[in-house]
Design a protein around this ligand. Structure first.
Ligand code: GLA
Length: 381
């Protein structure tokens, strides 16, 4: 470790520690920015932030243990960086400074257990953990929803991904052993018991992250907006794909390209699946819940076209195993993890088999971990 970084860590006078978790999403992908429904929750893997005030007006140092890099800046001169991870930090600071002048100089050390590009939203964990921590450190008094929204805006403005609200919401609002049914239009949510016995949640990380991910993400969003533009020329009360039914969409079939029609069909169907899935979970009908996860994947693969060969291979592989009742890609797509509901007695055996098959096919090591629905951003007591 560089001598200056070592000194920085040794002299650090920790005042506050924040845990900021990653998230999973059972179903409802690419629905959040269409004002739809999602079913996410936080996981037991997190980013840990240590904070101290440094008694300056404006000097800040943020050290990332994972990158071995220091970000050194003044609150008086916040601008976008050419280095991606720095923009998550600077974007949040920029947003906070629009709302308050109570943020002063601080130091922070960040340590992450979240693999990057795995679709478990290390980005929202980073944004929200920082926002949450500074809110505490300087007694800003901002409610959680303000921290969520400003983190989302930071990602739009500084990182350039026009993400929805799901990741930030799940990272901050989740509760142990619950999943969140979030209505992204009204931003109201309901907690549902995460009762998956005898199944466990297994994440399989393809360890690929095709670089299409962020550009294609924004393209999908634009495609959805294009559909709204066309449909609202007749129905001007329609503001998002959430407001469109299948029969209204069908009226416009000839006016939409096949691509746009498929994108919108997927979103409408996926929203219905989320609502159905949450009822099935409440009733304990996990097998049908899992079937909807498979259907969601096929929609993402064929209609929304955000999957990739590696993810499809894993979902196909699990479909041949009746101990895996549900499997799908998770998050933005083009790589990252699949989420699987697997019988607890079959996990070890399955991991060995799927890892071998994946390695044989792509010559890439698959990584895996099981996880449990966990608490959102919190202060270490
Ligand atoms: C990313 C975004 C979310 C959401 C998902 C897809 O994780 O940050 O807002 O759109 O992709 O469901």
């Amino acid at each position: 470790m560089n001598k200056n970084h070592k000194e920085f860590i040794e002299n650090f006078n920790e005042e506050l520690v924040i845990f900021s978790p990653g998230r999973i999403n059972f179903i409802g992908e690419h629905t959040d920015y269409n004002n739809g429904f999602v079913l996410p929750t936080a996981i037991d893997k997190k980013i840990v932030f240590s904070f101290e005030r440094n008694d300056t007006e404006d000097q800040c140092k943020v050290y990332s243990i994972s990158y071995g890099k220091m970000l050194d800046f003044s609150l008086f001169e916040i601008r976008q960086s050419t280095i991606e991870w720095e923009n998550y930090i600077l974007g949040v600071i920029n947003e906070l400074l629009q709302i308050t002048d109570s943020v002063k100089g601080f130091n922070c050390i960040i340590k992450s257990e979240l693999p990057i590009g795995a679709g478990i939203s290390s980005s929202a964990a980073l944004e929200c953990g920082l926002a949450f921590g500074l809110n505490e450190l300087f007694g800003l008094g901002l409610p959680k929803i303000a921290l969520i929204e400003l983190s989302q805006r930071a990602e739009h403005l500084y990182v350039g991904t026009k993400c929805g609200i799901m990741d930030q919401f799940a990272s901050v609002m989740s509760k142990d052993q619950k999943v969140i049914l979030l209505d992204c239009k009204s931003q109201t949510h309901r907690l549902i018991d995460a009762n998956f016995e005898p199944y466990k949640i297994l994440l399989l990380n393809t360890n690929v992250s095709h670089n299409l991910a962020s550009s294609e993400y924004n393209t999908r969003r634009e495609e959805c907006e294009e559909v709204i533009k066309i449909v609202s020329s007749k129905y001007n009360e329609i503001k998002s794909l959430r407001d469109i039914t299948k029969s209204v969409l069908n009226e416009f079939k000839n006016k939409l390209s096949t691509t746009l029609f498929n994108r919108a069909s997927y979103v409408i169907e996926e929203n219905n699946r989320v609502l159905q899935a949450s009822e099935l979970l409440e009733k304990g009908d996990l097998v049908r819940f899992g079937e909807l996860m498979y259907q969601s994947h096929r929609g993402l693969q064929n209609q929304y076209e955000v999957s990739c060969e590696e993810l499809d291979f894993l979902v196909d592989f699990s479909e041949n195993n009746d101990k895996i009742i549900g499997s799908r890609m998770m998050g933005g797509g083009f790589g990252g993890c699949t989420i699987n509901l697997i019988h607890k007695d079959d996990i070890n055996d399955y991991i060995v088999r799927v890892k071998k098959a994946y390695k044989d096919k792509f010559n890439i090591d698959l990584t895996s971990f099981t996880t449990v629905p966990s608490h959102g951003t919190s202060i270490q007591e």
